[in-house]
Write a protein that binds this ligand. Sequence first.
Ligand SMILES: Cc1cc2nc3c(=O)[nH]c(=O)nc-3n(C[C@H](O)[C@H](O)[C@H](O)COP(=O)(O)OP(=O)(O)OC[C@H]3O[C@@H](n4cnc5c(N)ncnc54)[C@H](O)[C@@H]3O)c2cc1C
Length: 401
Amino acid sequence: MTADDIDAGLTGEMKEVRDTVHRFAAEVLRPASIELDAMHDPADTIAEGSVYWDVVKKYEQLGIGDSSRYGDDLTPSQRALLHSVVLEELSWGDVGLCISLELRDTIAPWAQGFGRTEAYEFFSARKDVGCLALTEPDHGSDTMAFTEPIFSDPSVRPGCRARREGKEWVINGQKAAWVSNGPVATAAALFCTLEDSKDGFKGGVAFLVPLELPGISRGKPLDKIGQRTLPQGELFFKDVRISEDLMLIEGPDAYPMVWEMVLTLANNSMGQQFVGVARAAYDYALAYAKERVQGGVPIIQHQSVKARLFKMFAQVEAARSLARRVAIAHENGGVPFQHAAASKVFCTQTAFEVASDAIQIFGGNGLCREYPIEKIFRDARASLIEDGENEVLGVMAGARL
Ligand SMILES: Cc1cc2nc3c(=O)[nH]c(=O)nc-3n(C[C@H](O)[C@H](O)[C@H](O)COP(=O)(O)OP(=O)(O)OC[C@H]3O[C@@H](n4cnc5c(N)ncnc54)[C@H](O)[C@@H]3O)c2cc1C
């Protein structure tokens, strides 16, 4: 029996998609990610001529970005399973690039999801590159912790606010340097706060914002420890005027519920992506353990190394089972937030632990930039804070039990 037999739900065609995406991850994402990760100045990663743009071009040629493109003949469960497999393979190649690529085609689907026909037509025609802007320099966890008192504290003054003026909205303020795809996006799903909110962040408002509008500017791409292949940067808004057609939801009755749905979707995705990171770390450690000779034998023949590899293998298997279970349930009508948070927190923690154990198996070589494992460790480290810091997600999910 092989790993293929364990994945019993995969049809022959789904396996072909998996294998194609795996080749793309191995031949395009991995080499590009090593080059991008090593760049000293993050601005160079997205400069003209950067390999980042080759990756984007080849990804678009591959045509697997949106799970609806997998075909009408799949059931929702099969679609979710296949998308999970695709996310795992892409993230096995490089998770920063996977996140950047996955965010690209998100703006028109937002409009469609909220039933905004005009906005959908507008953004579909533009083929926008998307990002999601929520957190602010002075408010990270505060902006997302919908179960906590701080979320509805009227004394908190959020840094990015919007007010209605006739048939337009006017936006002022700033979003954090952490906005993924901020430096490359052409449109943003912007979550900010009503100017006259009496409920703090709970009195929020969400828009789809074309980023070429007058009054919008961007910060420099962020320099950071991990996921250096994912361009991130601030968005600044100064008296930015947008049409009311581009507003998605408004006010304390709708905003917290919608934000919870968005975070559920994002956490669901993160869980699946970091299975790929955990597997990449395990694969590298296994291959190294078969090659590296110490004590006169390949180190895999030492009992302790074998046992450690088995523990890593079991962790990856457990993470994958959880991530896919949540993803399939989500596609079949949604999951409560705590399930998606469990997937995100468990899978990112698994990726971090497996990457750390992999470094240990590499010994001193694991610490050198010449070997790939320290990069995976840095990428996994960032995930413990990304899309909700894991402790805060635990507090929020705990409130839902
Ligand atoms: C790789 C990456 C990608 C990201 N992408 C995006 C993006 O696309 N868009 C976007 O808007 N943001 C993005 N973020 C921002 C991310 O959501 C925030 O970093 C995260 O929510 C934490 O906020 P913070 O960094 O301000 O930390 P803080 O909120 O300041 O937290 C600092 C510490 O205080 C603790 N803490 C804070 N509040 C509480 C509380 N109520 N109870 C208990 N402990 C608390 C936390 O546990 C943490 O240890 C990204 C971040 C990373 C690392």
